[in-house]
Write a protein that binds this ligand. Structure first.
Ligand SMILES: O=C(O)CCC(=O)C(=O)O
Length: 261
């Protein structure tokens, strides 16, 4: 991967790559549609009153389209390269479908505090399979380097995600303070991907257009990542994982898909 791309990722916390998963779009669509027909126990409708904002995760072992994509595409290699990691270890898949006519915004958040992972080498891949204009993810450039993490909230009702208190930054609203935040936001075509650090603060507008907005996110971790206990049930929770703070993620649940030769 071009060093300039890696540099931008490190500076901004998020970058766009054009067309890299073009050949996989139909397979991803097939996986998302299977997921919608047969959601898991984790599926959520996010308390939406008009339209639909469906999300579900951890389905890759039962939905063969996702398994194929994760194991046989360039995704793992891209993940390792952008993280500057020798390995790319798969954490989980996440499907997000915001149907046309859904005014619900995705709250500004970082993924990191919802997860039980600690480390600097992380990357999420947000891969939409419908054209994106004004409906994609928006990032606060450089926010992955903030010293404290943003208070995680429930997407359904904005309540605190963890019951126990911890020192968090308040959820920002960069649109009310545009002088102080540089927002990154891209129009996208199916096959494009946005790569972002788990600590990058991001959100999304509603989808008021008459077009679907289906996306698959893949979450990867690199060499320096270990398990960390959070002040409550994480998202995803992975019940019975049995790991303790400081341990590497267990490879039987979180496979290393790519190792640099
Ligand atoms: O699709 C969305 O609106 C949110 C996606 C997201 O936050 C993520 O993939 O981390």
């Amino acid at each position: 991967m071009d060093a300039k791309i890696i540099d931008s990722f490190e500076k901004q916390g998020a970058i766009l790559l054009k067309g890299v998963f073009k050949e996989w779009v139909n397979k991803i669509i097939s996986g998302i549609e299977r997921n919608l027909v047969k959601p898991s126990k984790y599926a959520n409708e996010n308390n939406v009153k008009e339209g639909r904002f469906f999300d579900d995760y951890c389905n890759w072992t039962r939905i063969k389209d996702f398994k194929d994509f994760i194991e046989n595409s360039e995704a793992a290699k891209i993940a390792a390269e952008i993280m500057k990691s020798t390995t790319a270890q798969f954490f989980h898949d996440h499907v997000l479908v915001k149907e046309g006519g859904t005014s619900k915004e995705t709250p500004w958040h970082q993924d990191a505090p919802y997860y039980f992972v600690n480390g600097s080498k992380t990357v999420s891949m947000w891969i939409p399979v419908d054209p994106i204009i004004d409906t994609g993810l928006r990032f606060i450039s450089g926010s992955h380097k903030w010293e404290k993490m943003v208070r995680p909230v429930s997407w359904s009702d904005d309540s605190d995600f963890y019951k126990k208190d911890q020192e968090w930054l308040p959820v920002p609203n960069p649109d009310l303070d545009p002088q102080n935040y540089h927002i990154l936001e891209w129009s996208m075509e199916p096959g494009d991907v946005v790569l972002f650090d788990f600590r990058a603060v991001h959100g999304a507008r509603g989808n008021k257009k008459n077009i679907r907005r289906r996306a698959l996110s893949l979450r990867w971790v690199g060499d320096d990542v270990t398990y960390i206990e959070r002040p409550g049930r994480t998202s995803p929770p992975f019940p019975g994982h049995g790991m303790e703070t400081g341990q590497k993620l267990r490879e039987d649940w979180f496979p290393i898909v790519y190792t640099k030769s």
